[in-house]
Design a protein around this ligand. Structure first.
Ligand code: HEC
Ligand code: HEC
Length: 352
């Protein structure tokens, strides 16, 4: 079976004439119509998460919590340590380093646009950002803290007590772990990167992509990448075996990390991972949950073989990579907050 056909069947739509011949007659207007079937631009305003409120006070509190290393037992790690907002929202390491300088098992995904993912983590084990937010604070290899100690820390600083009261008006005891999660989620909802060249194209500015980028978009659709990478984040929605057609080597897909199998304990989820969101992919190397691949061209070639059984030509790889570079959006300007002062009862940092 031909690959474009397979892709069309998987996606359930009829594709226009596909294959190498189609690349020759590049029609930007028709390509825009196709692209609009699969992709959506990032909205200009932050989406409001269910059951949350994006008030100024709540976003500001979330921002302080995001940057505050005193949420960690050692006072060394903040959320920003591993999701550096000045560096694409990740740490640039193959696998993150946390408490006790221990290396975790996986690469840190970007937090930019994470709000648009159907579930969080490489294996989707957290339903949303709110559920995700308290995980790293308590994880032994990340911030190694406890709920009790975090609440004692926050309650000991009058600055935080006031901020929680303003962010959660009318509540008798606003300093809670679940309110902390809500505030972090509210801040994370603002971490979106609209207006990438591809978004401008989707909004109708056909001239913004050059010929190579258009060819890359066409190949991305026709070769079947869209089967798994679609929607506003070009991924982040569904789960697939990494190695659907051909399993990559253990350097790229380490045997010890079985992905969603660890979450569901069912055989069909062995080595299944969330199809990665591809927004800002050019600025977030290294790639894959193992962080084993440093350049985007190689990551594209690996995907071709592993997920599609396709030996993409050098030209196709260059074209697709050029298209992926158009997914880099406007990174929001975030001002580093002045954090509340410690009080007389603040629990002191513990050596790692
Ligand atoms: C020591 C490094 C480290 C720290 C500190 C850390 N994270 Fe992470 N974060 C990671 C890694 C690694 C993953 C991926 C883990 C996985 O998929 O199993 C991750 C995943 C995430 C995700 C999921 C993104 C996605 O696309 O799935 C979000 C959101 C996130 N972290 C937010 C936070 C917040 C909020 C904090 C602070 C409370 C924080 N992180 C602290 C390393 C860290
Ligand atoms: C059958 C589903 C599927 C298809 C088809 C597919 N991918 Fe993927 N893609 C995934 C999954 C799953 C991952 C996560 C792999 C992992 O666990 O590291 C991924 C990861 C990636 C990554 C790395 C993202 C990161 O943040 O590290 C890139 C880049 C990528 N895909 C591009 C492509 C391109 C380009 C194509 C077409 C040639 C393609 N993919 C086809 C499912 C797919």
């Amino acid at each position: 079976m031909q690959r474009p056909l397979l892709a069309a069947m998987l996606v359930g739509i009829a594709l226009p004439a596909a294959g190498p011949a189609a690349a020759a007659d590049l029609d930007p207007a028709a390509l825009l119509e196709d692209a609009r079937l699969f992709f959506e631009p990032i909205p200009l305003a932050a989406p409001v998460p269910d059951g949350n409120v994006l008030s100024r006070a709540r976003i500001d509190l979330g921002k302080s919590l995001w940057f505050d290393p005193r949420l960690s037992r050692s006072w060394v790690f903040s959320c920003n340590s591993c999701h550096n907002l000045g560096m694409g929202g990740m740490d640039g390491l193959p696998a993150s380093i946390g408490h006790g300088w221990a290396q975790g098992p996986r690469n840190s995904p970007t937090v930019y646009n994470a709000i648009f993912n159907a579930a969080q983590f490489w294996d989707g084990r957290a339903a949303d950002l709110r559920e995700q937010a308290t995980g790293p604070i308590e994880a032994a290899v990340e911030m190694a803290n406890t709920e009790e100690r975090v609440l004692a820390t926050l309650s000991s600083m009058s600055g935080y007590v006031d901020m929680f009261a303003a962010a959660f008006p009318g509540e008798d005891e606003p300093v809670t772990f679940s309110n902390l999660a809500k505030a972090i989620e509210a801040f994370e909802a603002t971490l979106i990167t609209p207006n990438s060249p591809f978004d401008q194209f989707l909004m109708g500015d056909i001239g913004v992509l050059d010929e190579q980028e258009l060819r890359g978009l066409q190949a991305f659709i026709e070769e079947g990448c869209i089967t798994c990478h679609q929607g506003v984040n070009l991924g982040g929605q569904e789960y697939y075996p990494f190695g659907l057609v051909e399993r990559p080597g253990a350097d790229i897909l380490p045997e010890g990390d079985r992905g969603r199998f660890e979450v569901t304990r069912t055989a069909i989820d062995d080595y299944v991972f969330r199809a990665s969101p591809l927004r800002n992919i050019a600025i977030t190397p290294p790639y894959f949950h193992s962080g084993a691949v440093w350049d985007l061209e190689t990551a594209v070639a690996v995907m071709g073989v592993a997920q599609l059984g396709a030996d993409l030509s050098d030209e196709q790889i260059a074209d697709i990579t050029a298209f992926l570079r158009t997914l880099t959006g406007e990174i929001p300007q975030v001002e580093f907050p002045v954090l509340p002062e410690m009080g007389p009862d603040t629990p002191l940092p513990e050596p790692m």
